[in-house]
Ligand binder design. Structure first.
Ligand code: FE2
Length: 161
């Protein structure tokens, strides 16, 4: 191989890359929003179980950032860009249920669960949609689903009977 020979920037065909971007982009945007709105909740939680909920929200924010990174880098590894600028996240991610001010832990936990559920709908759509297109991208979505459902369980356990 001569040095001048072109190196392909992706190991995948364009159809696979486009499908991965189609299904994983909403997941990235939702998770990036959760990293911001989860911090909002972390700072403003009040009332029962303060320390536990405050610290759990930081863990959930960290996980959301890791999940977003995994999904975004799968798209980029396939050769496509992703627009996850703040303005794009604000425009395209589902509106948060987390309010602006101090909120009781019980209410705030339910709000963050609602935000996670909106993301999980996109994650499940990605798992379904990628099933016959790209199993490696589907694996990314499955990993995120498993992690997000676990974080949801930790939150639910604060408010469920
Ligand atoms: Fe903090």
């Amino acid at each position: 191989m001569s040095k001048a020979e072109t190196i392909t920037t992706t190991a995948s065909d364009p159809t696979v890359a486009a499908a991965a971007a189609q299904f994983l982009t909403p997941v990235v945007l939702g998770l990036q929003a959760l990293t911001i709105n989860g911090k909002q909740a972390h700072w403003h939680v009040r009332g029962a179980n303060f320390v536990g909920v405050h610290e759990l929200l930081d863990t959930i924010v960290a996980h959301a950032g890791d999940f977003a990174d995994t999904a975004a880098e799968r798209i980029v590894a396939l050769g496509l860009p992703i627009d996850a600028r703040v303005a794009t996240v604000a425009e395209k991610a589902a509106a948060t249920k987390v309010p602006a001010g101090f909120t009781s832990s019980d209410e705030l936990v339910r709000d963050v669960i609602a935000d996670i559920d909106a993301i999980l709908a996109d994650v499940r759509a990605a798992v379904e949609g990628l099933d016959e297109i790209d199993l490696t991208s589907q694996d990314v979505a499955i990993e995120i689903q498993r992690g997000l459902e676990k974080d949801r369980w930790f939150l639910v356990s604060h408010v469920a009977a």
